[in-house]
Design a protein. Structure first.
Lengths: 426, 78
């Protein structure tokens, strides 16, 4: 598969009478987007705000972050099987509004949704303080179940991101990148001397509002399978996940997976990137065993030399991670795992719930229990009603002076296990 | 908790879904549970079936408690 991605740089967003892009400014007519969102009978109201890098704005509780994209040449269009018709994506041409993001907020769905600060200490922990954010604030109708509400705002957010993305279809990109993913046979012929490397992307699928969708399929109902990495760039994988904000993969993370970007960067130089395997993280032990068996089987069939495994979330998925690692190592293939840590506020506790000697190469994205105090900011988009309840917060997190003391667990993307974050070690 | 209670001389059965974690932390008697969100029940069963399932898990756990073990042992629910 070959995908040409054109990046249109967005330097500001402005609410206006007519939706368009002009000289790097994204103008948005919110009336059109409001009508689009309210097509869903579960939603009562929707409002729009803009949050720019450096502004004294706190956005919370954040549900999802989505990058506006649309296809210029098909087949298919972005978010297939959900927002657009089912069609295999990942080839042709796609335009991206780089520097812009749609951020969905509203009354909390699960007790695990995040904070994005556009300035101050909190801004240093989230990548979405550097994007121009179109914040969409939803009000659900009375009497909805949590699942109905989650599904409604998930889909409305994607529809809005797609509608915004379409504004860039007729624009000339500032930068073009070409991603080519040949068959494994072709790739092996092309670079016979380079190690064949695969990527196992673990997707959160615990249910109870911890879910990921692949072409509209709930991943907990799927066996381990394969995709072209270019399909992900076209929105084949979507977040429906309300797990801890720090290490859930938002849709934006999937669209911009840095492991995939870096594997493409090294492809043909130091390694031969030949396979993307996606697998789930379910709540039955038999599912964990079956899915990790399947991961190792695929790695073995593909005769890979090395595999990178990234986890999503923490706790019992640590077992899925270790099972994947151990079983793949048993096939004779080397692994590197990417995870984060819950090592306690002082960093001295055991970092993962599970362990095995075969997990001897690990990249950590940081300690999610680290405590920070976020300054009072001038404006809140969303509500502070839940600050004490979100994962990482506690009774008394929100102080009278407006500061918030929380574990970085509460900050969207702070310890992202794809490495899409700003933490590093000295 | 399992280890601390055993350290005090009282045998413990750890009923849990993710038995590999129980093995990692060092429980000696382990009984597999149903699923993480509902370890001791199964909402997809009828009330009568679920009661039977619960009884089986409980009797397996009680059986494990009165069984001598040489090392870490998983007692499957029959």
């Amino acid at each position: 598969m070959k995908l040409e991605v054109g990046y249109i740089q967005i330097r500001d967003i402005s609410l206006a009478d007519e939706s368009r892009i002009d000289d790097g400014v994204l103008y948005i007519n919110t009336k059109e987007l409001e009508e689009l969102a309210l097509e869903d009978e579960h939603l009562e109201a929707v409002s729009f705000d803009v949050a720019r890098p450096g502004e004294s704005i706190r956005i919370t509780p954040v549900k999802d972050v989505i990058e506006p994209r649309a296809k210029v040449e098909g087949p298919g269009d972005v978010f297939p099987g959900v927002v657009t018709k089912m069609s295999t994506v990942g080839s042709g041409k796609t335009h991206v509004l780089r520097g812009a993001a749609v951020v969905t907020v509203g009354k909390i769905v699960g007790f695990q949704e995040g904070i994005i600060d556009m300035t101050g200490l909190g801004a240093e922990y989230t990548p979405f303080s550097a994007t121009n954010n179109l914040v969409v604030n939803f009000t659900p109708k009375e009497g909805l179940t949590a699942h109905e509400y989650e599904a409604a705002i998930r889909k409305a957010g994607l529809k809005i991101a797609y509608a915004v993305g379409k504004l860039g279809v007729s624009h000339k990109p500032d930068e073009i990148k070409v991603y080519e993913f040949p068959s494994i046979i072709e790739a092996t012929k092309l670079y016979p001397d380079l190690p064949r490397v695969g990527y196992v992307l673990m997707l959160q699928s615990q249910g109870l509002l911890h879910d990921t969708y692949v072409y509209g399929v709930d991943m907990k109902q799927s066996l381990t399978t394969m995709l072209s990495p270019t399909e992900i760039m076209d929105g084949a994988i979507l977040s429906g996940n309300c797990v801890s904000a720090c290490d859930k993969n938002t849709t934006y993370h999937h669209q911009n997976n840095p492991v995939i970007e870096d594997l493409f960067e090294e492809h043909g130089k130091t390694l031969n990137f030949v396979a993307l395997i996606i697998t789930n993280e379910n709540v039955y032990l038999a599912d964990k065993i079956r899915s990790s068996d399947w991961t190792a089987k695929l790695v073995n069939y593909l005769d890979l030399d090395g595999v990178i495994i990234s986890q999503e979330g923490f706790g019992n998925p640590d077992t899925d991670l270790i099972m994947n690692c151990k079983k793949i190592e048993e096939t004779g293939t080397h692994t590197v795992i990417i995870t984060d840590e819950y090592a306690g506020r002082d960093g001295t506790s055991q970092s993962l719930a599970d362990a095995d000697p075969s997990a001897d190469a690990l990249v950590t994205a940081g300690n999610a229990n680290q405590v920070v105090t976020l300054p009072k900011l001038d404006r809140v988009i969303g509500t502070l009603d839940y600050t004490d309840k979100i994962a990482g917060g506690y009774a008394g997190s929100l102080a009278d002076d407006g500061t918030i003391t929380v574990e970085i667990q509460a900050i969207t993307g702070s310890t992202n296990e794809l490495g899409f974050s700003r933490l590093s070690a000295r | 908790m399992v280890k601390e209670i055993e350290r005090a001389g009282i045998p413990v059965v750890h009923v849990c879904t993710v038995t590999p974690i129980s093995m990692t932390v060092g429980a000696n008697r382990i009984v597999p549970a149903v699923a993480i969100p509902h370890p001791l029940g199964n909402p997809s069963l009828s009330a009568a079936e679920e009661k039977q399932l619960r009884r089986k898990i409980l009797t397996t756990a009680l059986g494990a408690l009165s069984t001598e073990v040489d090392g870490q042992t998983i007692f499957e629910v029959k």
